[in-house]
Design a protein. Structure first.
Length: 844
């Protein structure tokens, strides 16, 4: 029968899953010959059995006794001995670290007799035992003990603690060492299921059924006087990654004093003077540990009477900057390979470096929380409309645009603002998508915010705010803060470039950017984009000098009038395309023809200038415009719109080719196609129009953003040179979740209540939407084996979704310029995972 208990020097098959992180660390250190206290680990199997039975499983108590007896032999002390007894700590240790979530009890095995008349540290140990035991095993309110603590009179404190224990439990503090141990182990098992541990696991996606291991470890004392002490140390600086020893030391103290912050520790160098021999041994030991684990370590240690013990070692949590520096250095030192270095960087954490963020040392109160729609932090004065934002921006003020939600009408204000805060809308709302594209912080769907645009006031969780009041938003966390908070600027550096360069050598998928302007295209290139996967042409229609012409086109009474307006738009579109082609010289550019419903370009009914416009607005009004006259349906109903766009594209391509000698790689994309016949007609229109213009090479393809398009991809592929998955609309249509309304409403509830684990507009719903994509890939390739496949929905820049796209066999992902670096890394990690090198996150 398999054992439930293993000594640290006893080989166990189950590794970390069985022994937990702390247990496996102690076992490995013991086996490496590193000085650690003796002890044994009760496995996670035992914990799971305990949770099932509500009691120790048969045989466990006997096994613990056997290992305890062995520990007595190793240490030469007896458990429960009234004179100089063996004392142990009972420590939790799950397979995945859950810092501070579960319980530990020190000094188990001490009783009245052994403590009586003992040295100060023995008395101190006893009062700590009663306190920890009372709090953890019997759930006594910690305040009861802390209120009665008198460090100057320990015998009195012990009496008081024992009295409190009896008052609270109706029993005397147990004197039987084995009873103490048994109940301590149970308490640690049970601490796995406390509400705070459950909440932590839910937040960090840790399964509930793992259970924790329990480590029973010989106590060593750092509080035995001058030649004792305790500390924590990192093998490299966890905030910069700089090589060297970083840490803290506390003379004549126990580890919990460091953690609890009761006394202020000294720098680790102080140990060199106080305990030179132990220090030297420590430095040598941790160097070996780093070499063994081939990663930066975070180590806890104690010196008892000059003798060094390591209590724990683990991969150090680190900032993104430190992760990059340590990875690059470790490759230089020959400690790890480039592949391992790439696998160790958390793409989501890298985001920190690309945007300004709140100084981690700043203290502030969070007034409200919304969706973390676009990363980065910004402080500025509140403005409630885009015109004011633009004006104040021009005056050099830092402003935050605060809206119920944004529309294409707000673009100029968004450009001028430092950040955007909306009360409504989700991760693919206009505000979120546009802010991400601009690399600007955005907190969206902040339900605690109400906005009164006319009165120019807002309320944030009840606090009234007016124009000019300063707020800070953190688009990486969704936090909204009243007032200004210190920020840290972006930190892209050489290490960043080095690691991304390695990632580029390892990945198979290409990474493109979603960019609508020459400036965005240039930015995207700087970040390493290999082309444009989505240029949304409607954004060009929104510019101040074009919107009136677009409105003219929409208001046109007949085709001739419409064509006349379109003729005026053509040169604008052409010059935009020329700029983008030049910025992306030598790289492919996918241009999507007009997609949004036309009413988006008209003012609201109230703002309409005359009856004619009002009646046009009414005629275009739809109950469900996202499922209405939009996408290729526009192009089929009013072909002259798409004709104009195709003409502009082809003319721009010819002009750039003639000017630079470099022919752009043009891809013309039709949105919202569901039927082969739609694309057949539009392909025909595209080719016929292009032929009238110039002899330029181009591809014709389609967005795949409707379930029908996925299912009938075999037919659609006959008309397409490429597919680009529009997973924003595909998520909306496959799940029946409105992009505009789900977040902040039922979806928020779903996420809070655990109906769904993740927001499907942020992280691809792999088993639903992902399956539809798999069908489309398979059927599309059946018809056309070499059809080009990409993704341009917001998921194209989300690390988990990028990995999924790799396994689907897509040729590229496309995302906003600021997410291109993350996508490069995630694509490399996907390729590495395929060859067996799994990504490991060690982020802080
Ligand atoms: C999509 O639907 O995923 C997409 C990229 O198009 P848009 O967000 O413009 O609808
Ligand atoms: Mg779409």
């Amino acid at each position: 029968m398999a054992s439930y208990v293993y000594d640290f020097d006893e080989p166990a098959e189950g590794g970390r899953d069985l022994l937990g992180g702390k247990g496996i660390g102690l076992a490995e250190m013991t086996q490496l010959g590193v000085p650690v206290p003796a002890g044994f680990t009760i496995t996670t199997d035992a914990c799971r059995a305990y949770m099932e039975l509500g009691d120790f499983p048969p045989g466990l108590a006997e096994e613990v006794d056997e290992h305890l007896a062995r520990l007595e032999r190793t240490t030469g002390k007896r458990f429960g001995d009234p004179k100089d007894p063996l004392l142990v700590s009972v420590r939790s240790g799950a397979a995945i670290s859950m810092p501070g979530m579960m319980d530990t009890i020190l000094n188990v095995g001490l009783g009245d007799e052994a403590a009586a008349g003992g040295e100060r540290f023995v008395l101190d140990s006893y009062r700590r035992l009663i306190q920890m035991y009372g709090e953890t095993v019997d759930h006594i309110d910690p305040h009861r003990f802390s209120d009665a603590l008198d460090e100057d009179d320990l015998p009195k404190t012990i009496d008081a603690f024992k009295r409190i224990y009896k008052e609270e439990t109706g029993r005397d503090f147990p004197q039987d060492a084995k009873e103490q141990l048994g109940r301590a182990v149970r308490a640690v098992f049970e601490s796995w299921n406390t509400p705070r541990a459950q909440r932590y696991r839910r937040h960090h996606d840790i399964p509930d059924d793992l259970g924790t291991a329990v480590n029973v470890v010989q106590m060593v004392f750092g509080n035995k006087g001058e030649r004792s002490g305790t500390g924590v140390a990192f093998t490299r600086d966890p905030s910069t990654g700089e090589a060297g020893l970083y840490g803290e030391f506390l003379a004549d103290a126990q580890g919990e004093d460091v953690v609890a912050g009761i006394r202020t520790p000294e720098k680790i160098e102080a140990m060199r003077e106080r305990l030179p021999e132990a220090f030297e041994q420590f430095v040598e030991t941790i160097r070996r540990l780093e070499e063994h684990y081939r990663d930066m370590q975070d180590i806890e240690f104690t010196v008892e009477d000059g003798k060094l013990y390591l209590l724990q070692t683990r991969s150090a949590k680190r900032t993104a900057a430190a992760a990059l520096k340590a990875a690059v250095d470790m490759v230089d030192e020959g400690l790890i390979t480039r592949e391992e270095a790439v696998a160790r960087i958390d793409p989501a954490q890298l985001d920190q470096l690309l945007h300004p963020r709140i100084d981690p040392d700043a203290s502030y109160d969070v007034a409200a929380k919304g969706l973390n729609a676009s990363p980065g932090a910004a402080s500025g004065q509140i403005v409630f409309d885009a015109d004011t934002a633009e004006q104040r921006g021009k005056d050099g003020d830092a402003v935050i645009l605060v809206r119920w939600e944004t529309t294409p009408d707000d673009i100029h204000g968004m450009i001028a603002a430092q950040g955007i805060l909306t009360a409504h809308g989700g991760m693919t709302s206009h505000a979120a998508v546009v802010a991400r594209g601009m690399g600007k912080p955005c907190v969206a769907g902040c339900e605690a915010l109400s906005v009164d645009v006319d009165a120019k006031t807002a309320a944030l969780n009840g606090t009234k705010l007016g124009e000019g009041d300063v707020i800070t938003i953190d688009g990486g966390t969704g936090e909204v803060i009243i007032g200004e908070v210190a920020l840290i600027p972006p930190e892209i550096n050489e290490d960043f470039e080095t690691v991304l360069g390695w990632a580029d050598d390892l990945r198979r998928m290409k990474v493109r950017a979603n960019a609508d302007t020459p400036e965005d295209a240039a930015k995207a290139r700087e970040f390493g984009a290999q082309g444009i996967g989505l240029c949304r042409t409607e954004h060009m229609f929104m510019a101040e000098d074009r919107l009136p012409v677009v409105r003219e086109m929409i208001m046109a009474g007949d085709e001739d009038e419409r064509r006349a307006a379109l003729d005026k738009l053509l040169p604008h579109q052409q010059s935009d395309f020329e700029g983008i082609f030049e910025a992306m010289a030598g790289l492919p550019v996918t241009i999507r023809l007009l997609d949004p419903p036309l009413h988006e370009f008209l003012p609201s009914l109230e703002e309409a200038r005359d009856d004619r416009m009002r009646s046009r607005i009414r005629a275009l009004q739809e109950a469900n415009p996202m499922l209405g006259t939009r996408g290729c349906r526009l192009g089929l109903q009013w072909p002259e719109i798409y004709e104009m766009q195709v003409r502009a594209i082809i003319r721009a391509a010819a002009a750039v080719r003639d000017r630079t000698g470099d022919a752009p790689l043009v891809e013309i994309m039709h949105p919202l196609v569901g039927f082969q016949e739609e694309l057949r007609r539009l392909r025909e229109l595209t080719i016929a129009t292009a032929e009238e213009e110039a002899d330029v090479e181009y591809l014709v393809g389609t967005m795949i953003e409707l379930p029908r398009a996925c299912i009938r991809a075999d037919e659609i592929a006959e008309e397409a040179d490429f597919f680009s998955f529009g997973t924003n609309d595909l998520t909306q249509t496959a799940l029946g979740f409105s992009r505009d309304d789900a977040e902040g409403k039922f979806l928020t509830y779903y996420l809070q209540d655990g109906v769904l684990e993740r927001n499907p507009f942020e992280t691809l719903d792999q088993s639903g939407v992902g399956d539809l994509m798999a069908i489309a890939v398979e059927r599309g390739r059946e018809t056309k084996p070499d059809i080009k496949l990409g993704i341009c929905g917001e998921h194209g820049g989300e690390p988990m979704s990028v990995r999924f796209c790799h396994t689907l066999g897509l040729d590229y992902v496309s995302c906003s310029p600021y997410r291109v670096p993350l996508a490069r890394l995630a694509a490399a990690q996907a390729a590495l995972a395929e060859s067996g090198v799994e990504a490991v996150s060690v982020g802080g």
